[in-house]
Write a protein that binds this ligand. Structure first.
Ligand SMILES: [Zn+2]
Length: 280
């Protein structure tokens, strides 16, 4: 099927909340996938602002939409996520799972009303992962849309480049990876004079290791792992590594989009409406 050649979008028209309604109407025919950035508002040690996860997810989606224009449209991020495990630190906010699912349903429903039918949740916070698997199962089948998927922007791309800056401490939160992301996409979040190595409780982490191998799931407060709220060593983050991580992650996002578009199902009936064939 040949597609009509869409007019290129006006500069800066990659994020819904920065567009006028006529710009949204013009973009509609060319947009293949609506990106829903999600993250959290939660402590990131002394190193980074509380908005880190949703502001980076937002900036990532806008950058991806700009690079792959006009095929993607970035929505405003949902600024809260599942952050119960960070609630012992001042300022952290958390949603109940049902609130989060309701928000997603209303956001997708609004965009569906305006004619958009394919959605990708772009997650910037590990604590949201389990619920997003449930959201994709539930909303992807129940809503009248053609596609709903979820991906973590931090799991795509050249994550090997982190080895260039890795210290000896385990990372994953308020660490060298996250300060690198911020140096590249939102430098105002980096608290340069306060940057510190995570105060990891190594005895506690050693106790957890065999249980993790058994894939035991249980609630686990972050302050037990690290009284400062940070892992790794955020001082080791660099803008160059952040740029490599983010841009290579967007390269893989482009591959995902291409693979989806190449699949015969992409232009077929909505997946919720596909039934096993009965006997001939
Ligand atoms: Zn984070």
């Amino acid at each position: 099927m040949t597609r009509p050649d869409p007019a290129p979008p006006a500069a800066g028209t990659f994020a819904l909340h920065k567009m006028s309604w006529p710009e949204v109407a013009r973009a509609r025919g060319a947009v293949e996938l609506v990106l829903i950035p999600i993250g959290s508002t939660e402590q990131h040690g002394p190193n980074l602002g509380l908005g880190q996860d949703h502001l980076i997810a937002q900036a990532y989606c806008e950058r991806a939409a700009e690079r792959l224009a006009p095929r993607l449209l970035a929505l405003p991020a949902i600024p809260w996520g599942i952050s119960d495990h960070h609630m012992n630190f001042p300022g952290t906010m958390t949603l109940r799972p049902e609130t989060f699912l309701d928000l997603l349903e209303d956001i997708i429903g609004s965009m569906r009303h305006h004619g958009f039918r394919r959605f990708l949740i772009v997650n910037g916070h590990g604590g949201n992962q389990a619920l997003m698997a449930a959201a994709v199962q539930d909303l992807g089948f129940r809503l009248d849309i053609d596609f709903l998927g979820c991906v973590g922007h931090y799991t795509l791309g050249d994550t090997q480049s982190l080895q260039d800056i890795h210290g000896e401490q385990p990372g994953g939160h308020a660490c060298e990876m996250e300060s690198s992301h911020s140096y590249y996409l939102a430098p105002e979040l980096v608290r340069e004079p306060a940057l510190a190595r995570g105060q990891i409780d190594h005895a506690f982490m050693a106790m957890l290791r065999p249980l993790r191998k058994l894939e035991l799931v249980w609630p686990n407060a972050m302050n037990a792992h690290t009284p400062s709220g940070a892992l790794g060593d955020a001082r080791r983050g660099t803008r160059a590594v952040g740029q490599r991580l983010i841009e290579s992650s967007i390269d893989e996002l482009a591959e995902i989009l291409q693979a989806l578009q190449d699949s015969p199902r992409w232009h077929g009936p909505p997946h919720g409406q596909v039934h096993a064939a009965g006997p001939e």
